[in-house]
Design a protein around this ligand. Sequence first.
Ligand code: BG6
Length: 509
Amino acid sequence: MDHTVVRSAPGSPPDRRHPEPFVMIIFGAAGDLSHRKLFPALYNLIVDGWMPDKFAVIGLARQKNDDTSFRRLARESAAEFSRRLIDEALWEKFEQNIHYVEGDFSDPKAYDRLRTALATVEAAMPQAKNRLFYLATPPSFYPIIAEQLGQHGLNKSADHWVRIVVEKPFGRDLSSAQALNQKLHEVFDESQIFRIDHYLGKETVQNILVFRFANGIFEPLWNRQYIDHVQITVAESLGMEGRGTYYDSAGALRDMVQNHMMQLLCLIAMEPPIANEADAVRDEKVKVLRAIHPFSTRDITENTVRAQYEAGTIKEESVVGYLDEPDISSDSRTETYVALKLAIDNWRWAGVPFFLRTGKHLAKRVTEIAIQFKQVPHPFFSQTDTPLEPNLLILKIQPDEGISLRFGAKVPGTGMRVSTVNMEFLYDTSFKDAAPEAYERLLFDAMLGDSTLFTRKDEVEAAWELVTSILNVWGRARGPIATYPAGSWGPVEADQLIRGYGFAWRRPS
Ligand code: BG6
């Protein structure tokens, strides 16, 4: 594929959209998400010139802090995790507009103090009357914070926008997700709510839409007539990274499948939206979720696999088994690996199996979508020693972001031997500008009020409906759950699942 290098001209970014002045209020501002993602993303947006001239940040958290100590924390976050080195002059300007309110999320007095802080900021910066609330807290606080914001009249404004960004996990099953949606809707309109799924902020994930709908080549082939099956892999070599308590109550199905993997599936399987607009795109994604063939109890037994990692070795380092990890109960049945086969009941996909797998402590970190095309109808160049491979299109989400197409080519020499070759597009070689981090893109869109890359209420609930049906059956099952050695590609049961359909999992290189 073409390796022409594309750059945006310095100082003239191609995207001319610009957010209006606003104040961002971060709940849980002293926590890990703010530290690793939010402050670094804000700082990068400033460096890239995407922030409005007038904006301020108010952090609200229980931790003891004042403006000075909080600014120091914010600086440490940006220095450690930003893509950019700290520019003293820029930072100094930004820092003056960072403030801190100490308080308990359920204490009404904290919201009185927040209101006072907002009034002080707005007095100094009268243009900045729009508000972006960001809930970077444990999810149990979401309903409490929403209610308090409503009671303090902070949820709306007559002539300025007010938005709220909510992090995952968004519920832990269908009924809790519905209850949370209802609670948020008592205080905010759907148009004000921005539910983050950070996978949608990834460049390569957005590129799925561009690849499919900005190119004429593949879309005519994108259906049951030409596609044999699809494999979606989100493999992680890392484990729980200190989040054992959360993870043991969630598991891979809730942590990865309900959100990130369902989003990937939707982007691959959706119909072309009528416009590049938030609701047009999200309408099509919801249709995919609703078309997924519901899992019967038998389907769940036959078409889902859950497993836990046992001790093993990853990159020459020994890893303990899941049950021996800190914060994990020794009789936990939480899955660290899931494989599923699902079917989409519509004209485009009838009869095309979709295989999904994800797991912690697998052999390698790789997220990819492999689309296998049907073989030619008559094997004209049949070879008995090395059978012809089917054409394969691989969308490489991370790492080594790009797209690869595998097809047969004639081996030079006498005779007509066919070998499989790769055509590669690599982001790194074709585009020289570093891609923004997912949180930069998503924060920017939330500031603009563009909810295309955020999940809508019905989308979240449709994904939970499917996942809850699996959780219910798993919850009733007794007996041991499957295992796999840390550092492997997963349990043999997952190999058996896909083999039952006549396929094998891809081994990403
Ligand atoms: C998070 C999950 O949503 O996504 C984590 O809670 C997981 O368990 C992470 O590790 C994976 O994200 P990424 O961007 O590293 O693929």
